[in-house]
Design a protein around this ligand. Sequence first.
Ligand code: GLY
Length: 354
Amino acid sequence: MRTIHVTASKEYDVLIGEGLLDKCGELTAKVVRPCKCVIVSDDTVDELYGDRAQISFSYAGFDVTRFAFPAGEASKNLATLTDILNALGEAGLSRSDLVVALGGGVTGDMAGFAAAIYARGIRFVQIPTTLLAAVDSSVGGKTAVDMPFGKNMVGAFHQPSLVITDTDVLRDLPAEQLSNGCAEAVKCGVLNDPALFELLSGGDWLDDIDEVVERCVTYKRDVVAGDEFDTGSRAFLNLGHTFGHAIEHLSGYRLLHGQCVGIGMLMAAAAAKCPEDMILRIADCLRRNGLPTRCDYPAAALAKAALNDKKRAGGSITLVLPEAIGKCRLEKVPVSELPRCFEAALASQEALGL
Ligand code: GLY
């Protein structure tokens, strides 16, 4: 088992390894004295893994209740949050009890937010069951729900007490879900870790999944330690996201987040005027991992969608621009420049035959 220690407003470990789901209660009991807990999942994950998590927590002495909501991003709203809060209340949780988020990013974000506001804040443990949650959203304490006026627009920073990633569970994911999470891992490679980028570029890294998760979490741990509340350098984690969110929005959320982030990274590299061979290396890495590389939306529509991005501050937007594999910079760009950035990115896509 690999352990990464996160130092933020709260210190905690991220545990990564095989077979951890069946030990999750025992592992949690080392940091949270057995108490009442509610395991929150979506109905798909509850059916797949809920019994095993419940048995483990009960065996470790926790008094367990389960709550499942309908799977899908459409559930990430205030109505489901209210249902989760009611489930915590009906289970009789007090401030010394525990929420367990068993699932992907939607579950982690909502169960984490419920834990942040229930009884003015109680502890929670993340057990990510998607690669995307394992390498990104389960670490760093961002919790939220989507609102009609934007994704993740209501939420809180609330760090978990422990993150437990069972890499056997990740290995069992459908190929599309692995690709989706892989885009965030490629992002970490482009941002900071050329060796990770090389590993992922082979396209055949499932046997090294512990290593992939460890490298991503280590990088994220360092970023969060430097800027927990996202007022500066945490913006690096948005590589590909300004462009990607615009694509995601225009696709009506039919394209997966990771697919959009992948295309968004290519657009960011093109907007940064990176050398052609570097853009082609990123495209090749994405393709080998089953990710698309082409955006078919017009620049004007993309720029309009990007302007709704919550990362916009006043009349400017901060872009994360690659310089080399493993090195990026932040650049504040006036919003009036955005259409030109998208045009340059689309032109490069045509020129490179992506
Ligand atoms: N997922 C980006 C962040 O945690 O800041």
